[in-house]
Write a protein that binds this ligand. Structure first.
Ligand code: ZN
Length: 444
């Protein structure tokens, strides 16, 4: 628990209730001022984490009842890193607080009596969990008085940056690798961002974007602003526990790419415990990756402390990060919590999408399909007791990726007259249902 005192940023008149006190290196624990613009430890090169005065946070939290807090990304502002109230007021006022949905039909399919879905596929404004992290980046950018933001993205970060930058009145530049779902890039341009597609995979584009940031001085949402960006992911953990009436779930299952979400779920759960808001120690975190890009899950299964980078080959483009920056943090979090890592093939991922659609009426993208396919495998392997509370996080929306999903059989056009339409309806009723094909694929 830090004993440092939270301070106002220079030049700011109004301060949030943030109890952030500084930045600390994940590896060597060297500390740096919160106002510093470094994003990696100058000594060891590892990422930096925001640290807080948790005693102050506990007091501040008691000062304002939950019922009087905004139902948005700033609900737990004590544990978020933005200290300038004017910057905070311009970002994320309708982000966060996505529904936690009781998934009875999917639960019955998997033998789980208390299954919930944290539905970030309906997140505002850009329909993915990335609204959580990008809101912190854009608020930090405003705090620093800057007017341009870049990002490197497998798809969803880009649309979140494009949307939030437009609302905040700053220019957005999105760098995409060579493989992504086109709808995501088109959405960026439709939102006014300037888009550059580079010939290289995500890991290569990410490396070059660091150089672009250094050469231009432009901040990148998920590179130079990364310590702040990552903090937004904790809000998913805070909300899940609050939405379960402060009873932490037994298990959380989520997809992993760079590792920000799963590692910060762990941090968020630990913070709720530190503030005395919930007993979260026994919550296990399980991560899901595609078989074609599973460096973190592989390391977890082998109980290795570091990730070995891979070259991604998967239809789940938003999970195609072969050298995940926060991979070692995820391994640590999952192993400490007694969780595990699982992976799913591309056909299983699309069957996961179908199973979720057919049981819960939610259309997710391949990342969400990966989560559901691995959830099914973990349930089948007996990793959950039937009465335990399990939360699966649905991180993105399938409307953005539908053009890249396998084609469903499309019936021939029939004449617009009664007999032809009755015959067509009869054929449709005789055909396979979505849930049948999903079951066949997942239980094969
Ligand atoms: Zn260090």
């Amino acid at each position: 628990m830090s004993t440092q005192t939270a301070q106002s940023p220079p030049g700011s008149s109004q301060r949030t209730r943030s109890c952030a006190t500084g930045l600390a290196c994940h590896r060597c624990d060297k500390h740096y001022p919160l106002q510093d613009t470094i994003f990696a430890c100058p000594d060891c090169g590892k990422g930096l984490d925001v640290v807080y005065d948790y005693e102050l946070a506990a007091r501040h939290f008691r000062d304002v009842p939950v019922s009087e807090r905004p139902q948005n990304i700033w609900h737990f502002e004590e544990l978020l890193p933005i200290v300038d109230a004017s910057a905070q007021a311009r970002v994320g006022l309708h982000s966060g607080y996505t529904p936690l949905i009781r998934a009875d039909r999917l639960g019955a399919e998997l033998g789980l009596g208390n299954l919930f879905l944290k539905d970030d596929s309906t997140s505002r404004p850009s329909l993915s969990y990335k609204d959580r992290v990008v809101s912190m980046s854009v608020a930090r950018l405003l705090e620093r008085g800057k007017t341009e933001i870049g990002c490197v993205s497998t798809g969803n970060v880009g649309t979140a940056v494009a949307s939030m930058a437009a609302k905040a009145g700053v220019a957005a530049y999105v760098f995409y690798p060579n493989r992504l779902e086109n709808t995501k890039a088109r959405a960026c341009m439709a939102l006014g961002a300037k888009v550059c597609q580079v010939e290289g995979n995500y890991d290569e584009a990410n490396r070059r974007c660091k150089e672009v940031a250094q050469a231009t001085g432009m901040d990148f949402a998920n590179i130079t602003l990364r310590p702040f960006y990552a903090e937004g992911a904790k809000t998913a953990a805070f909300e899940i526990v609050e939405q379960l009436d402060w009873q932490a779930p037994d298990h959380v299952v989520t997809a992993a790419a760079g590792g920000t979400l799963s590692s910060r779920l762990h941090k968020g759960l630990c913070e709720l415990q530190l503030l005395g808001l919930s007993e979260t120690d026994s919550t296990r975190i399980h991560i899901a990756q595609p078989s074609g890009c599973n460096p973190i899950a592989t390391a977890i299964v082998a109980e290795e402390a570091e990730v070995r980078p891979v070259t991604p080959e998967t239809a789940a483009h938003s999970l195609a990060i072969g050298a995940p920056g926060d991979g070692y943090l995820v391994i640590d979090a999952v192993l400490k919590r007694g969780g595990t890592g699982g992976f799913a093939s591309d056909p299983e991922i699309f069957a996961g999408i179908d199973l979720l659609a057919a049981t819960e009426g939610l259309l997710t993208e391949p990342a969400g399909g990966t989560t559901i396919a691995v959830l099914e495998k973990l349930a089948a392997a007996g990793r959950f007791s039937p009465d335990e509370t399990v939360v699966a996080i649905i991180t993105g929306n399938g409307l953005k990726t539908l053009d890249d999903h396998p084609q469903k059989d499309w019936p021939d056009k029939v004449d617009c007259e009664l007999d032809a339409m009755l015959a067509a309806l009869s054929d449709l009723k005789a055909g396979a249902t979505l849930i049948d094909s999903a079951r066949a694929q997942l239980h094969a």
